[in-house]
Design a protein around this ligand. Structure first.
Ligand code: 13P
Length: 281
């Protein structure tokens, strides 16, 4: 199966009333966990590399391996740049075979977010690459503890979302509706009314960031309200760490390749659990 772009898998998810899981890879081990999990469930999957993770994943060095593994999978795989904030990162991803990029201008003034997103959409579409943008701002930081929180002042405004999608031509829109990256300090309260209103006023698939720590019931309701792509990373990191600690406690002499296998299995389990919920809608 060849790599596909984001629009291809999200159009299908919209028709089927489900969501596609998007999981961050931080090395080849986590990439294999993500692809193996999706293949076992015969499900499409979005593999993403966040710009903040470039120090761990040098896409110039590893893109040929990443693309090769993705192309070999028996399921559709989207290779996506997560939270691209610089033109440099976006161009680098596109040059190295990514089929989808997120431009995150959510912390820019609205007019600048619109102008820069529109420009990126124009050249990404010219080479068949999909674009996700963010309006409002999802707070927190992936993979870190005790930072996941959100500022209700930054939730997405539905009318602004409609105008943003119309003028930029984006393929998917990340919305701030109460989720946050990282470990939640308190139970997330998703604003389903806001989400429903955004859905009514826009015609693109909506994206939920900060998927770690959200209940299955909230996932199901989000999907019913228009979410078709769900991002998860922190849970992969936490479960890999937990499994490594347990394995080393049990056997302090565990060899390095076996430690990697333990982490991979733990991440694969998370990927499969999430995909099952997302695919059921
Ligand atoms: P979590 O790390 O909170 O799961 O969020 C992942 C994410 O939204 C990546 O963009």
């Amino acid at each position: 199966m060849t790599l596909v772009n984001l629009s291809t898998v999200l159009k299908q998810a919209m028709q089927q009333g489900c969501a596609v899981g998007c999981f961050n890879m931080v090395d080849i081990n986590s990439l294999e966990a993500i692809i193996n999990g999706a293949v076992k469930l015969n499900s499409p999957v979005i593999v993403s590399v966040a710009e903040i993770h470039f120090p761990y994943v040098d896409i110039e060095k590893y893109s040929s391996v990443i693309c090769h593994l993705a192309n070999q999978a028996s399921v559709p795989v989207v290779l996506h740049l997560d939270h691209g904030q610089t033109l440099d990162a976006i161009m680098k991803a596109m040059r190295h075979g990514f089929t989808s990029v997120m431009f995150d201008g959510s912390q820019l003034p609205l007019e600048e977010n619109i102008a820069r997103t529109t420009e990126i959409v124009r050249f990404a579409h010219a080479v068949g690459v999909s674009v996700e943008a963010e309006l409002g701002h999802v707070g927190g930081a992936e993979g870190q503890s005790e930072v996941g929180d959100y500022d209700t002042g930054l939730l997405t405004d539905p009318l602004q979302a409609a105008a943003f999608v119309r003028s930029t031509g984006v393929d998917a829109l990340a919305v701030a509706v109460g989720s946050a990256h990282g470990v939640y300090k308190r139970k997330p309260q998703l604003d389903f009314q806001r989400l429903t209103r955004i859905k009514e006023l826009t015609d693109v698939p909506l994206v939920l960031h900060g998927g770690s720590g959200i209940s299955d019931e909230d996932f199901r309701q989000s999907i019913a309200c228009g979410i078709h792509k769900i991002n998860v990373y922190t849970d992969l990191s936490l479960q890999a760490n937990k499994a490594i600690k347990e394995a080393l406690n049990e056997n302090p002499g565990l060899a390095y390749p076996d430690i990697k296998a333990v982490a991979r299995q733990a991440m694969e389990k998370v990927v499969m659990e999430k995909i099952k919920v997302f695919a059921a809608g």
